[in-house]
Design a protein around this ligand. Sequence first.
Ligand code: ADP
Ligand code: ZN
Length: 737
Amino acid sequence: MSDQIKHDSIQTFSHGELVSVLTTQPIDRFLDYKAPKNGVKLGSYVEIPLGPRKVIGVVWGVGKGDYDKSKIRMISNVLEVSAMKPEMMEFLLRAGRYTLTPLNVMLKLATRAPGLANPPSMNIVYAKGNRTIDRMTPARERVLNALKDNSDMQFTAKELKEAANVSISVIKGLVSQGAISELETPRDIPYSKLDPYFPSKKLTSAQKIAGNTLRDYVRMGTYSTTLLRGVTGSGKTEVYLEAVSECLSLGKQALILIPEIALTVEFIDRLKKRFGEKPAQWHSGVTMTEKRRCWRMVGEDKAQVVVGARSSLYLPFKNLGLIVVDEEHDTSYKQEDGALYSARDMAVMRASIEMGAVILASATPSLETWANADGGKYNRIDLTERFGDAIMPEILTIDMRHQPMLKNSWISPQLKEEVDLRLERDEQSLLFLNRRGYAPITVCRKCGDQVGCEQCDARMVEHRFNGHLMCHQCGETKNIPNACPTCGEVDCLTAVGPGVERLAEEAQEKFPNAKISVLSSDMLISAQALKARIKGIASGEADIIIGTQLVAKGHNFPLLTLVGVIDSDLALMGGDLRAAERTFQLMRQVAGRAGRADKKGTAFLQTHQPEHSVIKAILNGDEEEFWRSEAKQRHLAGMPPFGRLAGIILKGPNINNVLSLANHMVRNTSMLDSINAKVYGPAPAPIARVRGNYRYRILVKASKDIMLQSALLKWRNSFKVPNDIQISIDIDPQSFY
Ligand code: ADP
Ligand code: ZN
């Protein structure tokens, strides 16, 4: 698809003029249409006839006129939404070119507003009334809680019914009693004004200096990126909210990306405390009604702050002044499905086009960001002390080679002693294991076969709590079979290795009087219930918390003084380029949960390799030294961020076809040789079969200053790809799956 469109020359098209329209349809070119009666603008969202259908598109520029003019049809309808800004068009073009994503797919990302074609209208929504009811039932309570927890969101009857998991009659009953009220409102109402000067916490002097520097960057009104590095509990959030406040006082919009939607409820409350009202939200947990409202209001500058998941980067901000990427190192910022992009890198790209500021906040930044700051491309601000009296935890190892361990036991005697000590003192302990479910492997004692997923090569993971086996790759579940699927022997399947559920079982045995609470991201509970559980834990309802990586992210548990990492070696394995970096980040992050109030915290890492350089770096806490040495190694190897990588994934149902195309591709690399790129593979992807498709990977490595993308595209397009094989290209791959 040819792209570069001149934005400046022509802005409006009058009746009958030819315009070129980009649609979300998989057609690799722009289509010519005639402007309708009242004309259109560059960037207008329109409905156009395409064959027998009507589809949505955006007016992208002057028509090409290379098509029989008498056959060109007219735009059917100009949508009542703000036109796409030239900056947004530019962003979609550049992001698409960088990630090798077709422009129609980019447009899809940018138009994920439900009911885009429907004009503004009225809607019946529900709000909490002021009458209390005589007879409370669990169902009624759920409705009231859903409304209370999301007082900023609009719920239609259907959405409320789903959010509270009740029948319509429960809602009607509450209406007739006056406990909730039915309101007719416009579908798209502006968000409440946030107050940048709302009375807030008094900052420490270090926080103030950092906050003021960030304010300066925002006020400059040009592009800048700043790494805000601060140890856990140092008040990074408080500090970057200063930049948000500055942005608001300048009348510009801010976007805050957060990595875990399970944390949004807590986070939104925090923003309300800081700015007096709640911001807009955009993530998988908000209703369709709310998404529509958010998308439109953002475009009209009637939503000042959006808190969102990575896809909120494609919202049509009218006047974007700041993007914050919280926990910028988090792997969830990489979209691994469909359009493969890093939300962190795209945030930087978008801000550079919009002349906005970016803040990348983290206690343990990614090596990419660290190196960009080290090389002077990004600014850097450090917060080195925890807020208040809290001091950094001490980190020690437990050498598992010298701990007598019973079979099916993962808590070492030494760790047990430490937990007992905390129980005596009424303090909390966290046992961390980054494995969901009950057991990672279910094996037959007779034939030795492991129960695997029928669609994938992955093993099925037992979730005893929910009573089934689950494939963490494709989500397929099945009941735990009575007999071995391979040999048919009955009652012979046995769990091997621990997941958090099994660890909880062991903890209950070892600490029979302790209250134990499990926090894992796949627990089938709502965001509200999760919030309640976290609040409960923070106020002391649990003595021992058992958790996966979910707990590593941004919770404050003031009573927590001990962290035990059950298997520190887990993340060191796997041969991933980023294994060391990830382990380092995760361990430091988890250890950072301990001792956040006035009590000192200690973290113990159970490991079989206490002399491993990464474990040592975690212990001595010399983070700069760790990054410097990681950076040096990557530099020598020409690996990111000092070189470029691209992953090419071929997948298809026939293993021979996939492999032979992959082999053919790596033997014909003249287009890549000319830019001096190295080609590795093909290798079966670590999980070689997913949902019945076989997957092979080719890795391409090139030097940093080379336009790898265009060479890759030419190379890929030089092969004839059979219909049943899909090739995707992952620029800057993060995981090697
Ligand atoms: P980080 O994001 O660096 O982990 P937070 O911003 O979440 O740190 O702050 C950690 C805790 O300390 C939070 O409970 C926060 O409310 C509190 N805190 C930080 N700075 C201040 C301050 N200046 N005044 C009062 N409380 C603060
Ligand atoms: Zn599967």
